[in-house]
Design a protein around this ligand. Structure first.
Ligand code: ZN
Length: 320
């Protein structure tokens, strides 16, 4: 019997659970307790997934009036109806930003880096929230980047150019790097934001930025998953431990009430809407099938939860 099972059964709760468990041959007790999210500080929630500790740390939010065109392939009326059904205001959107710290096998890995000093006045809280959650930015040893939109990379350097996570190795998807550092490819992509953020944060240390091929295993048992569409190299990160899985979805979905429930809808930031749609369906289905704990940069607090099927789409169920 594995040690974790022995420990589990030794507790009173474990004995009660074991007593009520049907005696089915080959039916093992869960290797690890079901993950729960607990608040560790204002703006930070923590969950244990297998042997990994996941901390969702808020970078604040941005709020703006809902306008036609936020969802490219739905009418304003359809979008307002979806917001109403989810109990949200119909005239404004509040988009949260949440980065994730994964601690596993002695490593401390940050996934995406926040807006830094370059976003809305209500954003750029990641550093302060990391500190109140007891995570010193100097203790981050790796920063994994899902994609190069400014709200995910601007926090890597302050206005003066100083690195925010000075002891961290920056690890980025190669296809994302290849696109954003190629002026002609960027110029040919309609609606692509400028590459200013990319030049500012990566330019001064271009030689030391590690680039990986999505699909590669990266660090501390974290695997990368190609999730192209939102941007050309958009990548998810997943860690499996003791039969449980945490997957950081990056910007696979924007507002959950819109794009988890309607995975065929395209947010206006999706650069290749059809690729993004297919990727969204594939990964949301995998999240259901694998009972993943997911994290998403724009998911509502705590930013951690599960995906369940709903009508012809899905729903995000926050972890409590
Ligand atoms: Zn984003």
């Amino acid at each position: 019997m594995p040690a974790s099972r022995r420990q589990f059964i030794r507790t009173g709760l474990g004995l009660a659970a074991a007593a009520s468990m049907p005696l089915v041959a080959g039916c093992a007790a869960p290797a690890a307790p079901s993950p729960v999210a607990s608040s560790v500080a204002p703006g930070a929630f923590r969950a244990r997934v297998g042997a990994a500790t996941i901390t969702a740390v808020s970078d604040g939010e941005a709020s703006f009036p809902l306008a036609d065109g936020f969802v490219r392939n739905a009418t304003l009326g359809q979008v307002q109806r979806a917001l109403r059904e989810a109990g949200l205001p119909e005239d404004r959107l509040a988009i949260p930003f949440t980065a994730f710290v994964v601690e596993h096998v002695g490593r401390r890995v940050l996934m995406d880096a926040g807006n830094g000093q370059f976003g809305a006045p209500t954003a750029g809280r990641l550093l302060a929230n990391l500190r109140v959650a007891g995570i010193d930015p100097r203790s981050i040893d790796t920063v994994l980047i899902s994609h190069f939109h400014g709200d995910h990379v601007n926090g890597l350097r302050d206005r003066d150019g100083a690195l925010t996570f000075p002891n961290a190795r920056l690890v980025v998807p190669a296809p994302e790097w290849d696109f954003w550092t190629d002026d002609s490819r960027r110029a040919a992509a309609p609606g692509a934001p400028s590459g200013d953020a990319v030049r500012r944060v990566f330019g001064p240390a271009a030689g030391s930025v590690a680039r990986f091929r999505p699909g590669d295993e990266l660090v501390a048992g974290i695997r990368s998953i190609a999730a192209y569409g939102h941007t050309p190299g958009h990548t998810a990160f997943s860690i499996a431990s003791q039969g449980q899985t945490f997957t950081y979805l990056g910007d696979l979905v924007n507002v959950a009430a819109l794009f988890v429930r309607n995975p065929d809808w395209a947010v206006r930031f999706d650069m290749d809407a059809e690729a993004a749609r297919q990727t969204r369906r594939r990964l949301l289905e995998a999240a259901v099938a694998g009972d993943w704990i997911v994290g998403g940069y724009h998911l509502p607090a705590p930013g951690l939860g599960r995906i369940v099927r709903r009508n012809s789409g899905y729903d995000f169920v926050p972890l409590t």
